[in-house]
Design a binder for this molecule. Structure first.
Ligand code: RFL
Length: 403
C-alpha cells in the first residue's frame, strides 16, 4: 500500500477506555479521572443528543449517596425533589403508600436522567476529562490479552482505534461491548414480560402528588412526576403498536379512563412532547468480566422500567468498577476486579426479582385473551395484601427505593 491515505492512523491510548456516555460511563469517568487514572469516554452520539435523551427520573436513595460521596450531586440537590408516596388504583378502590416512612424510611429523588447526564458531563469536562463525541465503538479486540484494543468509526467517518489496559463497556444493550463477547463464555438470561408500554412525556404539571399506578381491565396506566412542568405517563398497549396511532385525544381519554379520573380527580392535560413504545424485557449477562473487558449498566443487564432500577444499577456498578480499577491501577490490588462480576450480579438479580414482581402486580398475565381469570385474581389478591399488610408494605418500600 503506497497511498498514504489508506495507512491506518496509529492507535490512541488510555489506561481505561470507557464506551458510552450514559450514567454508567460518566460516573465511571468522573471517578477514574478524579483518582488520576488516565481514561477516555468514547460516545457514538453528539453532546446535544446525549443531554436531551429523556429516560429515567426516579433515583434511589443509594444512588444519591453514591453521587454525594463523589461530589457529583450538587445540582441534583438544588433542582431535584424528594418523593415518597405512591398510589394504587384498581377496581377495588385506591390506596396510598407513604413508602418514605416504611421499610428503611428511604425516599426517591425525582431528577430527569438527561439533567443528571448533563451534570456528570459538565463536571467531567470541567475537570479536564476526555470525551470523544460522534465516535462509535465497532468492536473490542484481544480482551483476553495484555493490551486490548477498540476499533472505532470517528465523527468524520474515518476508522480509528484505541489501545487500553482495560475497556469498560457502558454502551447499553445494543453497544459494541456486548457484541464483542465470546459467545462460548457468556450466558444471556433473557425474559420477555410479554407486555408493552406507550411511554409519554406531557408538558403538563403532575395530576397527583404521588406516583400513580392504575390497574384496569383495559390495561395498566402510570403517572410519574418529572418536573413541575412535565409529567411522564405510561399506557399499556398492544405489542407492535405504533406510537403514532395514538392521537392526543385518544391518549388523554384512555389515561383518564384507566386512572379513573372521574372518581379520583381530573388529569391536568398538556401537549405530548415525546412518545415511544417500550417492550418490557429483562436480561442479565453472566459473567460481567471477560479478561480486560468489564460490563456495566444496561450493557450488563437490561431491566424492565416497571421498577425504575436501570439508571440506579448503572450508577452502583460504575462506582464498584471505578473502585476496583483504581485499586488495581494505582495500588496493584486486583482483588476488586476479580470480585466485580459476582458483586454486581447479586444486586442485579435482586432488582430483577422486584421488577418482575411489579410487572405481575400491575398487569394481567399476557395471553391471547388478555390473560387468565386465575392470574387476574392472583393480581387482585396481591394488591389487597399490599393494601392491608404492614409487613408487605415494609418489604415493598425497602425494595422499591432500595438497591
Ligand atoms: P445508556 O444511558 O443507554 O447510555 C449508553 C451510551 O452509550 C452510547 N453508545 C455507544 N457509544 C459508543 N459506541 C457504541 N457502539 C455505542 N452504543 C451506544 C449511547 O449513545 C449512550 O449514550 O446506558 P447506561 O449508562 O447503562 O444507563 C442505563 C439507563 O439509561 C437505563 O437503565 C434507564 O434509563 C432505565 N430507566 C429507568 N431507570 C431508573 O433507574 N429509574 C427510572 O425512573 C427509569 N425510567 C428507564 C425509565 C428506561 C426507559 N426506557 C427508555 C426503556 C423509563 C424508560 C421509558
Amino acid at each position: 500500500m503506497t497511498d498514504r491515505q489508506s495507512v491506518p492512523a496509529a492507535p490512541e491510548t488510555a489506561d481505561v477506555v470507557i464506551l458510552g456516555a450514559g450514567p454508567a460511563g460518566l460516573v465511571l469517568g468522573n471517578l477514574l479521572h478524579a483518582a488520576g487514572v488516565d481514561c477516555v469516554v468514547l460516545e457514538r452520539a453528539t453532546r446535544t443528543q446525549v443531554q436531551t435523551r429523556s429516560r429515567a427520573g426516579f433515583l434511589a436513595a443509594n444512588t444519591v449517596r453514591i453521587l454525594d460521596r463523589h461530589g457529583l450531586a450538587e445540582r441534583l440537590h438544588r433542582h431535584g425533589r424528594e418523593h415518597g408516596v405512591c398510589e394504587f388504583r384498581s377496581e377495588d378502590g385506591r390506596f396510598r403508600l407513604d413508602y418514605g416512612a416504611l421499610g428503611r424510611g428511604e425516599r426517591h429523588t425525582v431528577y430527569p436522567q438527561h439533567a443528571l447526564v448533563t451534570d456528570l458531563l459538565a463536571q467531567y469536562l470541567d475537570a479536564g476529562g476526555r470525551v470523544r463525541f460522534g465516535t462509535e465503538a465497532l468492536a473490542v479486540h484481544g480482551a483476553d490479552g495484555p493490551r486490548p484494543s477498540v476499533t472505532v468509526r470517528e465523527a468524520d467517518g474515518r476508522p480509528g482505534s484505541w489501545r487500553a489496559g482495560y475497556v469498560a463497556g457502558c454502551d447499553g444493550r445494543h453497544g459494541a461491548a456486548r457484541r464483542s463477547l465470546p459467545p462460548s463464555t457468556v450466558r444471556r438470561h433473557h425474559h420477555d414480560h410479554g407486555v408493552s408500554w406507550l411511554g409519554l412525556l406531557a408538558e403538563a404539571p403532575p395530576s397527583l402528588d404521588a406516583v400513580g399506578y392504575a390497574v384496569h381491565d383495559r390495561g395498566f396506566a402510570g403517572h410519574m412526576a418529572r418536573t413541575p412542568e412535565v409529567t411522564r405517563y405510561y399506557l399499556q398497549c398492544e405489542r407492535g403498536s405504533s406510537p403514532d396511532t395514538w392521537s392526543e385525544d385518544r391518549i388523554w381519554d384512555e389515561l383518564a379512563l384507566r386512572l379513573r379520573a372521574r372518581e379520583y380527580g381530573p388529569l391536568r392535560q398538556g401537549r405530548i412532547v415525546h412518545r415511544a413504545v417500550v417492550d418490557l424485557e429483562s436480561d442479565v449477562l453472566e459473567p460481567l468480566r471477560h479478561g480486560a473487558l468489564f460490563l456495566a449498566g444496561d450493557a450488563a443487564a437490561l431491566i424492565s422500567p416497571a421498577a425504575a432500577k436501570g439508571a440506579n444499577l448503572a450508577v452502583l456498578e460504575a462506582e464498584l468498577l471505578a473502585r476496583a480499577l483504581i485499586d488495581d491501577l494505582r495500588h496493584g490490588d486486583a482483588e476488586g476486579l476479580a470480585r466485580y462480576s459476582a458483586q454486581c450480579l447479586a444486586h442485579i438479580w435482586r432488582a430483577q426479582d422486584f421488577s418482575q414482581w411489579m410487572v405481575q402486580l400491575l398487569h394481567a398475565a399476557p395471553g391471547p385473551a388478555g390473560g387468565s381469570a386465575f392470574h387476574d385474581s392472583l393480581r387482585r389478591s396481591r394488591l389487597a395484601s399490599l393494601r392491608a399488610s404492614r409487613s408487605w408494605q415494609d418489604w415493598f418500600a425497602e425494595h422499591y427505593v432500595g438497591l
